[in-house]
Write a protein that binds this ligand. Structure first.
Ligand code: C2E
Ligand code: CA
Ligand code: CA
Length: 637
């Protein structure tokens, strides 16, 4: 009977018991007064009124004590005493009345005793500890009474009463099991056995109400595991589930019975602490407690012979009487938790009002972007690149983010954000791996392309793990031939950052056979100097030049210069953003190698790109067969 819900249940029964006792007791008293018998009934009824008043006080105390575990158990003991007292008084009345035959009072009292037993069984079945002794208190005197009648009828009734007791115990026990099962299903997370979100909300609302009434303090902790997705991806969901259970065990062990622990879903947990008298005491406790939680969760886990290390990001929200509701406080704990994530994970942040001002649109998007990979919202599209004959020989990988709330978000909007927040590393790694996988699968299907371009951001390129990552992914998915098809596109603008470092990384990557393309060429600080220094293989002429083809003479001059430069430095040229036939025709008159733009195709989903390649292959086979036929006919002719 430890569940909060059962206490609530019990609290309601107090009121029903009081009403029933006062009502029936008053009936007895009036009856005795009218027939002028059993004057002690008035004394007995006064006792019932007193016990009821005590019960009423217990009923009212509940909302205050319910959030304090120690006080709650004291309260429960008093409620037990109250219930024994009230049924004890009924049994006392039975004992006193059972000898009075006037107006068949003895029979009435037997009937009332039976009703009392039924009421006890129905009201108290949620609490085994209570209902069994109470039933015995009520039924045992009845059995003794029947036996003492010394008649066959009496023995028969005694046996019947024992049967009745058995029946009540059986029915209550079944009801108890059923209600426990229903409560468990409604409140518990099936994987870990911790409370679920629904129960947390109820608990929090109750807690906030009490804090308001008593002007006290408490705090909540929102925990989110760092890189949990990696564990699921590399070791499998089975291990992931076991890890979640192990974490729940550690939390339960550490927190004991006195704190409310719940799993909000995925790898998110919440702990609600107990109530403190002073604000300072509460803050101090929150600091120590959250540090300890971080520490115990970081200790090594051994699951199915795997040694797993995991850290956790913790958002803390202090609660007082001013907190609005459970949704609001969880949101604020979430903002604090996210602050930890965005500043490198593995730590604790207390929510404060400065963070509130950050809840703008960007933050909302930032938060959502952070979970985009976890929720599989990132997809890659592939835009064909064609040659002079209109044959697709290459493609550029372009990332897409689809979020249920924000809809389709353009990379122009979120790549910058991802760079600013550092998410680009994880996102970039994901894009690289998915792209490599795609290239590998196309190579297997012999839907081969000559080149395969992937956009790389400067933060990603300069990250310490970049080269290792590329080596690892190349070994995993590519061979020498496919590796040589990869082109990394870097934008001209990023070259201002740290030229020497960038060049050094590029050189190392080029040793693997991967090439580089300079994207958006002409829009940045195009300088002859860096064209000489950086080891690039390709230039991508920016869309703005292609747009104004045939319109602005100065742009055409610029274009001519670019082609001359490319010639001098021996670079291939890709023109992007081609939307019309005229643009395509004009560019063909230059020595342009590849063409990309909506005129040929928009960026395509992987499947659509494959269909395109397949159709192209079929077309090629058909035209070769036709050519052979013509050739044979001519030769025979
Ligand atoms: P970008 O590298 O210059 O990519 C070309 C952009 O022009 C793409 O927009 C593409 O959809 C669009 N485009 C292609 N042909 C045409 C055309 O004929 N007309 C017009 N109006 N637009 C055309 P998208 O996919 O929205 O990408 C925007 C930018 O986001 C990219 O510019 C690139 O800088 C960045 N980006 C996209 N994917 C990635 C990625 O995987 N990693 C990184 N780091 N950046 C990416
Ligand atoms: Ca690009
Ligand atoms: Ca571009």
């Amino acid at each position: 009977m430890k569940e909060q819900k059962f206490y609530y249940f019990l609290q309601k029964q107090i009121l029903l018991l009081i009403v029933w006792s006062l009502f029936t007791g008053l009936g007895y008293t009036i009856l005795c007064y009218v027939f002028d018998i059993a004057p002690f009934t008035l004394v007995w009824f006064s006792a019932i009124v007193l016990v009821s008043a005590w019960g009423w006080e217990l009923y009212r105390q509940f909302s205050y004590v319910s959030i304090h575990k120690n006080k709650l158990s004291k309260w429960y003991k008093q409620v037990q005493l109250f219930i024994y007292s009230i049924f004890g008084l009924w049994t006392l009345l039975f004992l006193l009345f059972s000898d009075i035959t006037e107006h068949n009072l003895n029979q009435v009292t037997v009937l009332i005793q039976v009703i009392a037993a039924i009421i006890a069984a129905t009201f108290l079945f949620s609490d085994k500890k209570l209902f069994i002794p109470v039933l015995l208190i009520l039924i045992y005197p009845l059995i003794v009474y029947f036996v003492n009648l010394n008649e066959t009828k009496g023995y028969f009734l005694a046996i019947f009463t024992i049967g009745f007791l058995g029946f009540l115990l059986y029915a209550s026990n079944n009801g108890y099991k059923l209600i426990q099962q229903i409560f468990n299903q409604a409140q518990r997370d099936p994987l870990t056995g911790l409370y679920n979100r629904r129960h947390l909300m109820e608990h929090l609302d109750q807690l906030l109400k009490t804090l308001k009434e008593t002007k006290r303090f408490s705090f909540i902790l929102l925990l989110d595991l760092d890189h949990f997705k990696n564990i699921n991806d590399t070791l499998g969901h089975d291990v992931g589930d076991k890890l979640l259970c192990e974490i729940s065990n550690r939390l339960s062990e550490f927190c004991g019975d006195s704190r409310h622990i719940s799993r909000l879903g995925g790898d998110e947990f919440m702990i609600t602490s107990y109530v403190y008298e002073s604000y300072d005491e509460c803050i101090k406790s929150a600091d120590i407690f959250s540090d300890n939680i971080g520490r115990i969760l970081k200790e090594t886990y051994v699951i199915d012979f795997n040694h797993i290390h995991i850290s956790v990001s913790i958002g803390v929200k202090l609660l007082d009487g001013t907190a609005l509701n459970s949704i609001e406080v969880i949101k604020e704990a979430d903002i604090a938790m996210y602050e930890v994530k965005s500043s490198g994970r593995d730590g604790v942040v207390n929510f404060n009002n400065a963070l509130t001002s950050k809840i703008g649109n960007t933050l909302e998007m930032e938060r959502k972007l952070y979970f985009a990979l976890e929720y599989n919202e990132i997809e890659l599209y592939y835009q064909p690149q064609v040659n002079k004959d209109g044959v697709t020989v290459g493609c550029e990988v372009l990332v897409r983010w689809y979020n249920p709330d924000l809809g389709m978000v353009s990379p122009l909007e979120f790549i910058n954000l991802a760079e600013k927040t550092g998410i680009i590393i994880e996102l970039g790694n994901y894009i690289l791996e998915e792209s490599f996988k795609t290239l590998q699968s196309w190579e297997k299907k012999e839907q081969s392309l000559e080149q395969f371009s992937i956009n790389i951001s400067v933060k990603q390129l300069l990250h310490e793990s970049f080269i290792k990552r590329i080596e690892y992914l190349s070994n995993k998915y590519l061979n020498h031939k496919s590796q040589n098809k990869i082109i990394f596109e870097i934008t001209e603008k990023m070259l201002v950052e740290d030229m020497d470092n960038i060049v050094s990384v590029m050189k190392k990557i080029k040793k693997l056979g991967i090439k580089f393309s300079l994207d958006d060429f002409g829009t940045g600080y195009s300088s002859l100097n860096y064209l000489r220094e950086i080891p690039i293989d390709e230039l991508k002429i920016d869309r703005s030049f292609v747009d104004s083809l045939g319109e602005k003479e100065s742009d055409e001059m610029m274009l001519k210069t670019i082609f001359t430069l490319a010639d001098i430095f021996n670079l291939r040229i890709v023109a992007e953003g081609i939307e019309t036939e005229t643009q395509y025709e004009i560019l063909k008159t230059y020595e342009c190698n590849l063409f990309q733009g909506y005129y040929f195709d928009k960026p395509l989903k992987k499947d659509d790109f494959e269909i395109k390649l397949f159709k192209q292959k079929v077309q090629k086979v058909n035209s070769e067969m036709n050519r052979k036929k013509i050739f044979n006919r001519e030769n025979i002719g």
